[in-house]
Design a protein around this ligand. Structure first.
Ligand code: GAL
Ligand code: ZN
Length: 642
């Protein structure tokens, strides 16, 4: 593990005259920068015409970094093919569901299944690797950039052929595919593989199985592109770790679990969404997700912003101190690197209004002062590097389930599985309980409590995994519209929720989505959803006015399973989760004070760091589990070694 916290950002020197580069590295040193990501969008500068390479300028960039003791996350520049590529190979440009071919002039203008794109991408990646494989600045491969951020799904003929090949590999026969997709419905039965298309625009709802498989195929196509580049890099530099920056928690088109399995170290990007209340809780969700994707090991925050972004309707600047709180919150949740987009704020181009470490106004700025102070602080926290966060609670998320539920014909439009996962996570955050995210088929044996806010689709293996967890003594809490369909989005028959009727001890015969919130016997309110449910073996803990169950608890094996049949309001959800935590023996790291975040990182040898982050405007004191109290000034962060 590294013995320092990586600190820096994307450096894009090609946007600037060479005279500024010396100043850049001098200022990087002043700010405590020890790592930058370079070359991400350099393809048109490194290969100005097809097969014509210009590495001289980039040699000087890499040398400058090495001379200044700054490590490089060296990118393969494949996220932004140059105009010559689009010009020569228009068939490799992406096509949307309406059949519109998109043009160059932005970024990620390529079809993920295009063989010619792959050939040209691998060639420039190989050139970069051959040239810099022994360069002293090279620390890590930053493969591509945010796979699928803009071109997650392509509907062109090349993609159609690749989709069919994927389907043949995933369905044993055309008959099996017809069965999985339920093509008897609406006369969709396929008699030849060649008839199958991506779900292009149709007169009415597309086939759900087709749509789901296309989402899976599209994600796999991107993972495959990563693997192709990674394998090439590994051949030339077996010892240099490779990663690509995910968008964990923010962008659900790429299956993060599948990507993570191929990365040497998980890295991710996180941006605050302005309109979101308590946006630091969304940050915690992303950080917890990144840590979980990396199997609990330290991960890398590859990008966040020093202040405003430029892609929201109103791009709010960070308030003084927020940059530090955000950075240390990522660190608290297991990051061993705090990086930004980008080093120097662009003068031109589509992101000139995006904040950076070095603003347009230069070094006599609040942002620069906060950036340099953070660099010094992180240098002082280098003993944190390599330590880990442990959680007793896991929250299940699965992309297939999110994708299946994305089909437009649902019982209600009120349910949003991602928002619901974040709402449950937020309830745990407010209770001071650190939680991991886990895949439904993942190893749950290390947890005491597993929560399932909304998992519409679950495979047989995933269903059995949760049952097994409860059978062995774990406590489970499940929200509505979970366990409803199998992995092909076919309803599990015999009463809802088909996968978990036994586990939950209930049987529902009809969904009753709500138009208005309703009051429960406990005084709590439920919204969005209800169902006509009867208990079989469960006990009822709260009811609708009709007396039908809203919250149930079922003993199962050595454990127990709670079930909510409506979306409990935030306060009521907090009470349910508090009850589940108590029952599971899960306790927060410190007494909970609203708006104060407390997380512990620890080394195997017992050395630990308690992070207390005060997101409020008042001083706060927390009593730490195991003794002692910590006082944190308004907006401040205290790191207590132990
Ligand atoms: C990321 C991307 C960066 C930059 C940033 C702006 O999605 O990787 O290149 O565009 O957003 O917030
Ligand atoms: Zn395509």
């Amino acid at each position: 593990m590294p013995d320092v916290i990586a600190y820096g950002g994307d450096w894009n020197p090609e946007q600037w005259p060479e005279e500024t580069w010396q100043q850049d590295v001098a200022l990087m040193r002043e700010a405590g920068v020890n790592r930058v990501s370079v070359g991400i969008f350099s393809w048109s500068s490194l290969e100005p015409a097809e097969g014509v390479f210009d590495f001289g300028w980039f040699d000087r960039v890499m040398d400058l970094l090495a001379e200044n003791g700054i490590g490089a996350n060296l990118a393969t520049p494949t996220a932004a093919p140059p105009p010559w590529f689009a010009d020569a190979y228009p068939e490799a440009l992406p096509v949307d569901a309406d059949g519109r071919r998109l043009h160059h002039g932005s970024r990620q203008g390529f079809c993920p299944s295009s063989p010619i794109y792959r050939e040209k991408a691998l060639r420039i990646a190989e050139q970069v690797a051959l040239r810099y494989r022994d360069h002293p600045a090279l620390v890590m491969w930053h493969v591509h950039n945010e796979y699928g951020c803009h071109n997650a799904r392509c509907y062109c003929d090349t993609s159609a052929a690749a989709f069919r090949a994927w389907l043949r590999a995933h369905h044993s026969s055309l008959e099996a595919l017809n069965d999985a997709w339920g093509t008897a419905f609406w006369s969709q039965r396929y008699s030849e593989w060649a008839q199958i298309l991506p779900p292009r625009a149709t007169p009415s709802f597309p086939n759900p199985g087709q749509q789901l498989d296309f989402r899976r195929f599209s994600s796999d196509a991107l993972v495959e592109l990563y693997v192709a580049e990674r394998d090439l890099l590994k051949r030339l530099t077996p010892d240099v770790p490779a990663t690509t920056n995910l968008m964990a928690g923010a962008h659900w088109d790429m299956d993060c679990w599948a990507f993570a399995a191929e990365l040497d170290v998980v890295s991710t990007d996180h941006y605050l969404i302005g309109a979101r209340r308590e946006r630091h809780i969304d940050l915690a969700f992303a950080a917890d997700y990144a840590r979980s994707l990396n199997g609990g090991r330290p991960w890398l925050l590859m990008e966040h912003s020093t202040s405003a972004v430029n892609w929201q309707p109103r791009n709010l600047a960070k308030t003084p101190g927020e940059l530090r709180r955000n950075s240390l919150a990522h660190l608290a949740r297991g990051a061993d690197g705090i990086m930004f987009f980008q080093w120097r704020q662009s003068r031109a181009g589509a992101e000139k209004w995006h904040s950076a470490m070095l603003p347009h106004a230069g070094t006599d700025t609040r942002i620069w002062r906060e950036v340099t102070a953070l660099g010094a602080e992180l240098a002082g926290l280098s003993a944190v590097a390599g330590s880990t966060v442990s959680a007793d609670v896991a929250l299940l998320v699965d992309h297939s389930s999110v994708w299946a539920q994305d089909h437009p014909a649902q019982p209600t439009t009120e349910l949003d599985p991602v928002e619901e996962a974040k709402r449950w996570h937020a309830a745990l955050w407010r209770a001071g309980v650190t939680c991991d995210l886990a895949h439904p088929e993942g190893d749950l044996s290390g947890y005491r409590l597993v929560v399932v806010p909304q998992l519409y689709l679950v495979s047989d293996a995933g269903a059995a995994n949760l049952e097994e967890f409860a059978r062995r003594g774990g406590v489970v809490a499940v929200g509505p519209y979970s366990g409803i369909v199998d992995e092909h989005d076919r309803v599990r028959l015999g009463g809802y929720p088909g996968a978990w009727r036994d586990l939950l001890g209930v049987r529902a015969e009809e969904f009753l989505p709500l138009a208005e919130p309703i009051r429960l016997a406990s005084g709590a309110s439920g919204s969005g959803w209800s169902e006509a449910v009867r208990v079989t073996t469960a006990k009822v803990l709260d009811t609708y006015a009709s007396g039908e169950p809203a919250w149930t608890r079922n003993e199962f094996g050595d454990g127990a399973a709670h079930y909510l049949t409506t979306l409990f309001d935030d306060a009521a959800l907090a009470r349910v989760l508090a009850a589940a935590c108590r029952e599971a023996g899960v306790a927060p790291a410190a007494t909970t004070v609203p708006g104060v975040e407390v997380v512990r990182r620890a080394h195997p040898d017992g050395r630990s760091f308690l992070f207390a982050i005060n997101h409020t405007e008042r001083e706060a004191a927390v009593m730490v589990a195991g003794g002692g109290s910590v006082t944190v000034a308004a907006g401040d962060v205290v790191v207590v070694p132990g």
